[in-house]
Write a protein that binds this ligand. Sequence first.
Ligand SMILES: [Mn+2]
Length: 415
Amino acid sequence: MKLVHAADLHLDSALHGLTRYESAPADEIRGATRRAFGNLVGLCLEERAGLLVISGDLFDGDWRDVSTGLFFAKELNKLCQAGVRVAWIRGNHDAVSQIRKSVRLPEPVIELSHEQAETRVLDELGVAVHGRSFARRDVTEDLAATYPERVSGALNVGLLHTALEGRTGHDRYAPTRVETLVNRGYEYWALGHVHQREVVHREPYLVFPGNLQGRHARELGEKGATLVTYEGDRISAVEHRCLDVVRWAELSVPLATAHNLDDVLSAAKLELERAAEGAQERLLAFRVKLSGPTRLDAQLRASRDQLREELCSLSYGVSAGAWLEKLVIATEPLEQGAALGDDALAEIDRALAELVAESGAEGLTELLGDLSRKLPAEVLELVPELRGPSGAGAEELAVDVRSLLRERLAAGHGA
Ligand SMILES: [Mn+2]
């Protein structure tokens, strides 16, 4: 028999990072979380799963309008008609206190109580589902400690929205220890909250399926749900299934052998081809990251705009569904202050750090505006970022300026 475990669907939340393109497929991007949910329903039907469990953050927050709830109810009806049971808990994003609107869900759908941890036994499936919803957003007590005893003779599945002992990038809601969960005696803990897929423990299983659809450049790679196969109270397989419709990728472009911008672009193209192959027919939002020591450090920074355009243009040749989300230049010069005295470099660093700290992004932009009106044209040519307001943050600008000053000063020093 089979069950499907999903979490962190964040239905109808926006995808960030592709808005700069007028021609971006807005509908596909806007509807991504819904289409991924459609894929989840499809998986349940194809696999003839008896049960779908959702471990919190099904919704991103209060609905803008009731259409979010209606969409959910409609998809659930498809499952109910096929005889698939559904059990879900609320997490921090869709805690009872967070969602004011509501729609009536099909009757067989089980929303577990937010008042105390409860158990629902589904005899026809041989499954006991235990769980508790978040009543409010900031649950800081160990909910797992209050979960009921296991039901013997059934597959015990615990639904819990938690960061366990803490997970990078996630608030420490409903903290608990792996040991607490293992000792509870359930066969499978269906966890939610952490967007990165992770099998924390086997026998018993503690699984974060990850979110169903990546929503920005920090939610990379294959997203989907977990398919669990069981017989009686024994689990025979736990498998990840990809269900996302927009894939996020970060391409690290090797620069060690790059002698010029063409080399950089060729290397980026290879990485993009690999990512596009992995994304199959999905829309691919890719970030290009250039990092590490390179002789091209200053040149890359000076050519930022041109590089961005070249990357866009080469992406069209690789896949019509590939979109450059961002170009990140985090390179370092090859020779650390070989020609310049350390004192001079330290002085540049200190001045830039001070500038960033004092003026912040806004102040710096303003200051650059003033500066650009006074600077000779050839300097602006060399450092186009000095032309004034741009999307770059103060720190990024400071690193660009540092790198370019360093190169020019070193060149002057050597001459
Ligand atoms: Mn959460």
